[in-house]
Design a protein around this ligand. Structure first.
Ligand code: ADP
Ligand code: TRP
Length: 321
């Protein structure tokens, strides 16, 4: 049972990404046969600065390795190191009906929000289908927003198999509904597009300032707070400590006597300690970029071993040489 997912290098990762996407992917490694790639081709529909792309790609590699991606058991590579994925995209795109493409909501949503559409954005579900089908994947763990893309992938695989004979494994999405939505500094869903993020890694002083800057109401420390469970710092604290410890803070806030300043200080300390090991590992990796490059190169070789076979099957089936 092979699992695959892609990570678009479009910015600095925050704790919403960590608990919503990274942690589940890292935990899934116990099942074995995990394929994780940095979707640098996908970043091209939005990022046009080459240095930014290089920086984001390296940053994401460091983040994932530091947080526990095990490159010995899992295959971890840069999408563009196996460019055959673009060839497969053409094969699949040539069978994708316009009606199917036009129903894709990633494109519809972006254009509806006034984002200028390019062909890449429109074609993106076909590249995503190629990402999946090139590696004989069974399971694709994704957020709900990506479910439609996996369904389109199935449609394209079935159509190809029907047209040219059995070639592709039909994948299934694994939707992470149980993962909580992590609230941001303003209480809305944490998202880099809302500017309300707490990064996983970053400068201690700046991050402390962000957390200490969370806006609360004007009740004095002594006042009891019957709505303590709704407090944003309490909600965030739950991700970084045991439920007993979080409940203790909640009870103290409810009873009165715990000030917001002290609560935010505690939140910062728990958050900072939570990532201490990963932070140290990230610093080590950042000081040894040759090693990181070697990891991605080895991943490329392992990914290629599968991709070569699958693209060979697809070429043969469709009458290419
Ligand atoms: P952003 O909203 O910051 O642009 P992305 O859309 O790039 O984040 O999300 C990357 C992954 O992280 C997705 O799988 C998504 O489900 C997850 N994720 C992002 N924000 C959150 C959040 N606030 N809570 C839980 N998961 C999240
Ligand atoms: N489109 C996905 C996202 O925005 C990233 C991605 C690219 C992906 N190719 C993939 C995820 C293949 C799963 C499988 O989050």
């Amino acid at each position: 049972m092979r699992t695959l997912t892609g990570i678009t290098p479009s910015g600095t990762l925050h704790i919403g990404n960590y608990f919503g996407a990274m942690r589940p992917a890292i935990d899934a490694q116990v099942r074995g046969d995990c394929f994780y790639f940095i979707a640098d081709y996908h970043s091209m529909t939005t990022v046009t600065d080459p240095n930014e792309r290089r920086k984001n790609t390296l940053g994401i590699a460091l983040d994932w390795l530091a947080c526990g991606l095990d490159s010995k058991t899992s295959v971890f590579w840069r999408q563009s190191d196996v460019p055959e994925v673009c060839e497969l995209m053409w094969m699949l795109g040539s069978l994708a009906p316009m009606g199917l493409m036009e129903r894709a909501h990633s494109y519809k949503d972006k254009t509806a929000r006034g984002i200028e559409a390019n062909f890449g954005l429109f074609a993106y579900p076909v590249l995503m289908a190629a990402d999946i089908l090139l590696y004989d994947v069974n399971r694709v763990p994704v957020g709900r927003d990506q479910k439609q893309h996996v369904e389109m992938t199935r449609d394209m695989a079935i159509k190809f198999n029907h047209t040219y004979g059995e070639t592709f494994v039909i994948p299934e999405s694994e939707i992470r509904d149980e993962v909580a939505v992590i609230p941001g500094l303003d209480g809305q869903k944490m998202s880099k597009s809302y500017g309300n993020t707490i990064e996983i890694f970053g400068d201690e002083k700046a991050l402390r300032k962000k957390i200490m800057g969370i806006v609360m109401d004007s009740r004095t420390p002594a006042e009891p707070k019957p709505d303590a469970d709704k407090n944003l710092a309490i909600q965030l604290l739950k991700f970084f400590t045991t439920s007993e410890v979080a409940l203790d803070y909640e009870n103290r806030l409810r009873a009165g006597g715990l000030g917001y300043g002290d609560l935010k200080k505690a939140l910062f300390e728990h958050y900072w300690n939570y990532f201490a090991t990963a932070r140290a590992r990230r610093a080590e990796l950042a000081a040894n970029l040759d090693h990181v490059e070697a990891v991605l190169r080895e991943g490329e070789q392992r990914a290629r071993a599968v991709a070569d076979q699958v693209i060979g099957r697809a070429r043969k089936a469709s009458g290419l040489r």
